[in-house]
Structure formats: structure tokens, C-alpha cells
Design a protein around this ligand. Structure first.
Ligand code: C2E
Ligand code: CA
Ligand code: CA
Length: 844
């Protein structure tokens, strides 16, 4: 038995009985004491009392049961009885007669199983009806005729109607109150629901009572006509109540099934259980749900309790149970234990089946939805992941990183490390994309290994590693305050200790990546540049942090060190490379932004110019004059490189052609990016430009530098030999700074070697450097190459170079780079000077 029924079983009936006793007492004592005239009836005979008790019992027995919620409300002929009793008995006897009559009726019912109630409920209803009878009696006394006559005068009729009203209102109020209380509902909705449809029957009951009174007054024998009429009325009542009940029930059913449409299994199960309890008067319901993966979960609920999880199989046999099946697939079981004894009515069985089907469909929908949701979540996490390396991608990095930054207390120092693989494009272009992918995967796993907790992201320290795009990886270090044990109140970006910690981490990352590895059968030693930006959380967002780190990263590439940190001072020129690239594209389209500065190389013995080098300049409309260091790296790494190279070559050849017209016949050197040598279309482009400007190939010198990757690749050999075959001359630039320079010289056929200015600068102080320069010059001359020393700034350097046998030099000591027009004038002067010199030589 459930808790509800137990509670109902003890307190309420007792209260009712006490109330009934009070009612009887009021009837017997208070009314007589008040000296109300209606009491002037003679004390009833035993026979009359028996008739009165019989009337009360009959009226209570002939009951139509109406279900309200999960309980039933009996609809009886009580109003008729009270009307009749008011005429038959003195007021003082009415409550007592009702008590006995109703009690008798309940006792008889107890013998008729279908409508058998619990004893407690019987006691309760007996008490309620007795009290109602008392109320009716008191109400009737307000108008009751004083003479005790029984003829149905209008006044008596009104008094009897008052009795019925008092009885009906009291009974209805108390019963509704108890129903509302039992189901935890508000009083008024229950009152209206239970009694709204009862009103016509109450009126009918009163009419019957008045008819009986009238018949008694006329001739009691006419009462013989009463039973058939009553029987007909009773049927009519029952029919009406059933119709009403039916309609309300299907409404409840529709409500309950609507409630089932929940997207979550637990919500659907809860609604299903609550609905079953409400619809079928259940005391307890249990639901087992079979998930698509075969797992079975149980839910149970009681009339007034929460729905909770439980074991999937019920522990006792239910009143009714049904398998929940959708499209032949079993999705669960519904079990119901009714609050009252006896099973479901046939119509309720149908409804239970329909309800179970609706619940099955709802559970199936919830499961489908769950599946769908997890699919969406999965694909969302797929979208956030870079498929190649399995690391979070750019958008995931931004969303997770920004969330991380927002979580941190403001002013907590954070760092962003941006790592970019050097020459990655070359690997991709020459070894193929498969090799590039492999290299990226290797890099990703090496970077992961450098994070404290190993796996890519979500490590305990909150460090976040992601592949942003191409060969760019980012690591966000959000917990610097914890890492080096400093409290977060050290503000600003000047955190020396932290910076050194971060730089050490950056070097470790670069070092981890640099370990040689075999990719596509080739042993590659890959280097990476790392840009570091440190800031206080709350002062920057991730976009800004990334911008700073990428400026630092370009600084690292430019400066030749593997790691650099962001310095605001550098920020004025450097900007993020995307906007810079867009500006380069613009500059290539107009004619006056990218210009050439030209610097002559001078003959050390005898004077004269051995060649001129074209150096690109950018007259930027907003940023002012920019040097190659400010933008060439960015261009080199973009798809604009080819166009840029052809543009510079075109300008340089145009200058050469113009000078030729003036009789100046001097080789013009143009710098090539190492990556240009990977471009198989370069020789054809150069040839076309030579034809276009009508410059003989031997007038063009292309300056190239050696790099690690370059030295081993066939495509470079092809490009270089095509250029050579054309008659173009080649020079090795920055000689001595590259990788195994001497080996390079023996492998690649060039015409000229340009000794890097770092040697020129140091050779005066260092014997060792002087020795290197001497060896280089000797080797070059042995190979038949011209040697040009770069960056000569002093007479001392020039003298030293002359002693070492160097033939040609370039530098500020002679002439700085200058606009072509100025160099033209200079060349014209030098030319005539040279002629003067030759004449002098001739003369001597
Ligand atoms: P580089 O080929 O070594 O060019 C010589 C650099 O040294 C020039 O710098 C020049 O202005 C500078 N210089 C000349 N004499 C002296 C001197 O006596 N002392 C010192 N300290 N420097 C001197 P610039 O013009 O800034 O060019 C820098 C680099 O940019 C060049 O180095 C070259 O590698 C690259 N570059 C220049 N123009 C182009 C271009 O059109 N295409 C490509 N791909 N690279 C270019
Ligand atoms: Ca050069
Ligand atoms: Ca150089």
C-alpha cells in the first residue's frame, strides 16, 4: 500500500467521524435548545425512524461513480434524502438518521465487491454526509414553517431547497477538499471539475425529494409510482456522467500524450509515468527503457512523488503491464500498479494500450534525438579538429583559447608561441604534398611531446596546442602565474623571469621540431622559427596576441635566430602579413611604389665599375620608405613571389636597356629568393624579359644564396642549368654564411662569388677570418670565378682586400645604393674618368 493511502487511512476518516459526531450533537442539542419552531414535531415512532434511515441508506446506495483524476467521486441521491428527512423527522433527529443510514449503506457496499472501498474511505464519506445533513438541517430551519405541517406550500418548498443546497455545498466542498489534498492540487480546479457537471443532477435530486414530499402530502400510495421514475432518472444520470467522464478522460489522455513529446529520455519517461498515474488512477508506475545500444534503464514514480531512476525490472507483479514497441522494435515496458483494488475497466485497457503506444513513440523519438545530438556533437568536434594532425584547428584554437583567456583572472600573464617551419613550402613543392603532410604530422607529435601532459590539448596545465594553418602551429600558455610561482600581481608585459621561462619553452619547442627525421626517404633537418608574445590576460584578446606573436616570428626568421619575442617598438613597421601582402599586391599593380636602388661594385685594381646590383625599395604611401628586410620575407612566403621577382627583373632590365642606349655597358645584378629557384617557369620568364627589353643575357647577373634544402634538389639544378645555358650569369650571394658553402661551389657552376659583409667586417681584427677570406678568394680564382667583397666601409678594409687578391668590392666606402638616374650620371663620369686613366696609362 502506498504512503498516500496510508495517510488517507488514518487521519482523515477520524476527523470525519469527529465531525459527524459533532453534527449529530448539534442536531440533538443545539437545535432544540435554540427553540426553533420546526422542532414542534412529535418525537418519531420507531417505524418512522426506520423509514427515514431506509431513505438515507437507499439514497446513498444508488450511487453513480464519477472518476475525478485518479479517484472516484460518488454521485448519490443525498439531496432527495435530506429533503424527505426534513419533512419526516424533527430536526434534532436528522443528522443521526443520516449517520445510521449512510453507515448502513457503506456496510452493504462492503458486501458488493465491485464498488468496495477501503474502510477508511467509507468512514470518511459517512462522516462527510452526516455533516452535510447537519448543515442542510440548519439551513432549512431558516425558513421552515412553524406549524409542522407537511403540505408542500411554497415556503416549505423553499425551506427544503435550502436544506438540499446546504447539504450539497457542504458535501461537495469537503469531498473536493479531500481530493485536492490527496493529489496535491489546488482546491478550486478540483471543485469545479468534480461538481460542474453535477448541478443538473442536484436539481433533479431536489425535484425528486419535493415530489416525494408532495406525494406523501396528497396520498402516500402514489409513492408506488416512484421507483420506475427513479430508475429512469438514475439511468439518465449514469449516462450523462459517463459521457462527461469519457470526454474528460480523452481530454486528459490527449494532454498526457502531448506531455510525452520530450527530447530527453528522462523527461519523456517522467512525463510518461506521471501521465499514466493521472490517467489510470495508478498508485505507482514503472518504466523500463531499452536504449538503442541495448542498455536498459528503469524509472519509477508514485502518485505524489518525483520520478526516480530504479532497477529496470519491477520487483512485484503490476496490475497491468505492456511492452512498448515501435516498428517491431521493443523500446521498453510500462508497468502500472493501481491505487485502488480491482483492475482496469475495459475501456481503460484500450486507453492504456493507446497510451503505451504513444509513450513508445515518444521514447523512440527521444532516443533518435539523442543519437542525432551526439552525431552533431561529434561532427562539431570533427570540425574543430585538423584532420591531418588531430590537433585543434584554427577556429577551435580561437574559441577555446578565448574562453581560456576569459576564465583567467585579469593581469594573469599569458604567452602565445607561434611556430613556423622554415622552408616548408620548399619541402612541399619539391618532395610532394605527401611528404609535406608527413612532416606536419611529425612536427605535431613532437610539439605534443613538448607539452607537460603529453596529449595535444586539454592537458592539466591548460596549455593549448593547435595547428593554425599550413605550417603554422600555436601554443597558448595560460598558466604562467602558476608555472614560475609568481603571484599574478606582477603586472604588465615586462616579466623577466616569465619571459625567460617562456623563451626556454619556445627554444624547447623549436629544438624538438629540429631533430632530423626521414620524410619520403630523404633525411631532413627541419628548422622552425618561434615568435613569442607575453601579455597580461584581460589586456589583449587572442587575435592581438597572435598578431604580436607573428610579428615576433618574422623577427625570428629575419634575425636568423630560431626564437624571438614581441617588442612593441618593432610593431610600427611590421604588421600582420595578410594586410602587408594585400598592400604588396597593390604595389605590384601600380608603377611608382616598388623602385630600385642601385649600388655599383668597384674594381680594386685600376678603378672602374665591374657591375651594379639592383636592390628593391618600397615607397609605401602610408608607412614611408621600406627596406627589403621589412617585406621581402613576407613576399617570399606567399604566392606573390613569382610576380614580384618578374617585376624586379623587369625594372632592372629596363634600366640596363636605357643605359645601353647611353653607351653604358655594365652588368646588372638582381637578387633572387632561394624559393624562386624552385620555380621551373623562372628560366622561361627570364628569357622572355631579356627579349622584351632587348638586353643580352650576359649583361644579367642573378644573385642566389644557398640553403639547406636547396642543395640536394634536382629541380634547382634544372633551373640553374637552364639559366646558364641561356647565357645568364650566376653569382653566389652572402658567400660563407650558407650551409657547406665550398661544397656548394663545386656542385653549382657560377661565375661570381660575393663574400658576405660579416667576413669583410671581421677580417681586419681576426687572423682567422682573414684566412677564410684568403682561402675563399684563392678557391674562387682557382675555379675561374670573379670575387666581389660586400659591405666595404673603410679604406682599411679595401686595402686588406687588395692585399688578399680580391678584384672587386661593393660598399658604402665606395657608393651607397642610389636611384638609377643618379647612378647613371655617376657611371657616365666614371666612364670618362676611366678613359682618362687609360690615356694616362697609354702616355706613361
Ligand atoms: P644583399 O644582397 O646582401 O644586398 C646588400 C645589402 O647590403 C643591401 O641592403 C645594401 O644596401 C647593403 N649595403 C651595401 N653596402 C653596405 C655597406 O657598406 N655596409 C652595410 N652595412 N650594408 C651595405 P638592402 O638593400 O637592405 O637589402 C637587403 C637584402 O635584401 C639584400 O641583401 C638581398 O638579399 C635582399 N634583396 C634586396 N633586393 C631584393 C630583391 O629584389 N629580391 C630579393 N629576393 N631580395 C632582395
Ligand atoms: Ca645581393
Ligand atoms: Ca649579400
Amino acid at each position: 500500500m502506498t504512503a498516500t493511502l496510508r495517510r488517507y487511512g488514518t487521519v482523515v476518516p477520524l476527523v470525519a467521524l469527529v465531525l459527524a459526531g459533532a453534527g449529530v450533537l448539534v442536531g440533538a442539542r443545539v437545535i432544540p435548545a435554540a427553540g426553533i419552531p420546526f422542532l414542534d414535531k412529535p418525537a418519531p415512532t420507531i417505524a418512522l425512524l426506520a423509514v427515514a434511515v431506509g431513505v438515507a441508506a437507499l439514497a446513498s446506495l444508488a450511487m453513480v461513480h464519477v472518476r475525478v483524476g485518479s479517484g472516484t467521486v460518488g454521485l448519490a441521491w443525498g439531496e432527495s434524502a435530506i429533503v424527505i428527512l426534513c419533512v419526516l423527522l424533527p430536526a434534532a433527529w436528522i443528522p443521526a438518521a443520516t449517520l445510521v443510514g449512510v453507515g448502513l449503506a457503506r456496510a452493504i457496499e462492503w458486501l458488493r465487491p465491485p464498488h468496495r472501498d477501503e474502510v477508511s474511505r467509507s468512514v470518511w464519506s459517512t462522516g462527510v454526509l452526516t455533516l452535510a445533513a447537519t448543515a442542510g438541517t440548519v439551513a432549512a430551519n431558516l425558513l421552515m414553517p412553524t406549524d409542522g405541517q407537511r403540505d408542500l406550500t411554497p415556503r416549505l418548498a423553499v425551506a427544503l431547497c435550502l436544506a438540499a443546497a446546504g447539504y450539497a455545498v457542504t458535501g461537495a466542498t469537503m469531498i473536493s477538499w479531500s481530493v485536492a489534498r490527496r493529489h496535491g492540487e489546488a482546491f478550486w480546479p478540483v471543485f469545479l471539475r468534480a461538481n460542474g457537471s453535477k448541478l443538473p443532477m442536484v436539481i433533479g435530486n431536489v425535484a425528486v425529494g419535493l415530489a416525494v414530499v408532495a406525494l406523501i402530502g396528497m396520498n402516500a400510495r402514489w409513492l408506488i409510482l416512484l421507483p420506475p421514475a427513479l430508475w429512469l432518472l438514475h439511468r439518465a444520470y449514469a449516462y450523462r456522467m459517463r459521457l462527461h467522464d469519457e470526454r474528460r478522460n480523452w481530454q486528459t489522455f490527449a494532454d498526457a500524450t502531448r506531455q510525452l513529446n520530450r527530447l530527453d529520455e528522462k523527461d519523456a519517461a517522467s512525463a510518461g509515468i506521471r501521465g499514466a498515474l493521472r490517467l489510470f488512477g495508478g498508485g505507482r508506475a514503472q518504466l523500463s527503457v531499452i536504449a538503442p545500444d541495448g542498455e536498459v534503464r528503469g524509472y519509477r514514480g508514485e502518485t505524489d512523488g518525483e520520478v526516480v531512476a530504479c532497477a529496470p525490472t519491477p520487483d512485484e507483479a503490476p496490475t497491468v503491464g505492456r511492452e512498448l514497441v515501435v516498428g517491431g522494435v521493443r523500446v521498453g515496458d510500462l508497468h502500472l500498479w493501481l491505487a485502488h483494488t480491482g483492475g482496469l475497466r475495459p475501456r481503460d485497457r484500450l486507453m492504456f494500450a493507446a497510451y503505451a503506444d504513444a509513450l513508445a513513440a515518444a521514447l523512440h523519438d527521444a532516443a533518435t534525438h539523442r543519437e542525432l545530438r551526439s552525431m552533431i556533437e561529434r561532427s562539431a568536434s570533427d570540425l574543430a579538429r585538423d584532420p591531418l594532425t588531430g590537433l585543434p584547428n584554427r577556429s577551435a584554437f580561437f574559441s577555446q583559447g578565448d574562453a581560456l583567456l576569459r576564465e583567467l583572472p585579469s593581469d594573469t600573464p599569458v604567452a602565445l608561441l607561434l611556430l613556423d617551419i622554415d622552408e616548408f613550402k620548399d619541402v612541399n613543392d619539391t618532395l610532394g604534398h605527401g611528404a609535406g603532410d608527413e612532416l606536419l604530422r611529425i612536427t605535431a607529435s613532437r610539439l605534443s611531446a613538448e607539452l607537460p601532459a603529453g596529449p595535444a590539448s586539454g592537458s592539466g596545465t591548460g596549455e593549448l596546442l593547435a595547428r593554425l594553418d599550413g605550417d603554422e602551429f600555436a601554443v597558448l600558455l595560460p598558466a604562467l602565474a602558476l608555472v614560475d610561482g609568481h603571484p599574478p600581481e606582477l603586472r604588465g608585459v615586462d616579466f623577466p623571469e616569465r619571459l625567460s621561462y617562456v623563451m626556454a619553452r619556445a627554444r624547447a619547442l623549436a629544438g624538438g621540431v629540429a631533430t632530423p627525421s626521414e620524410v619520403a626517404g630523404v633525411q631532413l633537418s627541419i628548422e622552425a622559427s618561434v615568435g613569442v608574445a607575453v601579455a597580461a590576460a584581460g589586456t589583449v584578446d587572442l587575435t592581438e596576441l597572435l598578431r604580436r606573436a607573428s610579428i615576433a616570428m618574422y623577427q625570428a626568421k629575419r634575425g636568423g635566430s630560431s626564437v624571438a619575442w614581441y617588442e612593441p617598438a618593432r610593431d610600427l613597421v611590421s604588421t600582420d602579413r595578410l594586410s602587408l601582402l594585400a598592400e604588396v599586391r597593390e604595389a605590384l599593380a601600380v608603377d611608382d611604389q616598388l623602385t630600385l636602388a642601385m649600388q655599383p661594385a668597384m674594381r680594386l685594381h685600376g678603378g672602374g665599375v665591374t657591375g651594379v646590383e639592383a636592390l628593391v625599395r618600397w615607397r609605401h604611401p602610408r608607412r614611408g620608405d621600406l627596406l627589403p628586410a621589412d617585406f621581402v620575407t613576407v613576399v617570399e612566403r606567399s604566392e606573390l613571389l613569382g610576380e614580384f621577382t618578374r617585376y624586379v627583373l623587369g625594372r632592372a632590365l629596363a634600366v640596363a636597356a636605357a643605359w645601353a642606349a647611353d653607351g653604358i655597358d655594365v652588368p646588372v645584378a638582381v637578387n633572387l629568393s632561394p624559393r624562386s629557384l624552385l620555380d621551373p617557369t623562372l628560366p622561361a620568364a627570364v628569357a622572355a624579359l631579356l627579349v622584351q627589353h632587348d638586353v643580352p643575357p650576359e649583361r644579367l647577373v642573378l644573385e642566389i644564396t644557398e640553403t639547406v634544402v636547396m642543395s640536394e634538389l634536382a629541380v634547382i639544378d634544372d633551373v640553374l642549368s637552364a639559366l646558364r645555358d641561356m647565357g645568364v650569369r650566376l653569382a653566389v650571394d652572402d658567400f660563407g654564411t650558407g650551409y657547406s658553402s665550398l661544397t656548394f661551389l663545386t656542385r653549382v657552376t657560377v661565375d661570381e662569388v660575393k663574400i658576405d659583409r660579416s667576413f669583410v667586417r671581421r677580417m681586419v681584427e681576426s687572423e682567422e677570418v682573414a684566412a677564410i677570406v684568403r682561402t675563399t678568394i684563392e678557391l674562387a680564382q682557382g675555379l675561374g670565378l670573379r670575387v666581389v667583397a660586400e659591405g666595404v666601409e673603410t679604406a682599411e678594409q679595401r686595402a686588406a682586400l687588395t692585399v688578399l687578391g680580391c678584384t672587386s668590392a661593393q660598399g658604402y666606402f665606395f657608393h651607397p645604393p642610389m636611384p638609377p638616374e643618379r647612378l647613371r650620371e655617376l657611371l657616365l663620369v666614371l666612364d670618362s674618368a676611366k678613359i682618362v686613366n687609360i690615356r694616362q696609362e697609354d702616355a706613361s
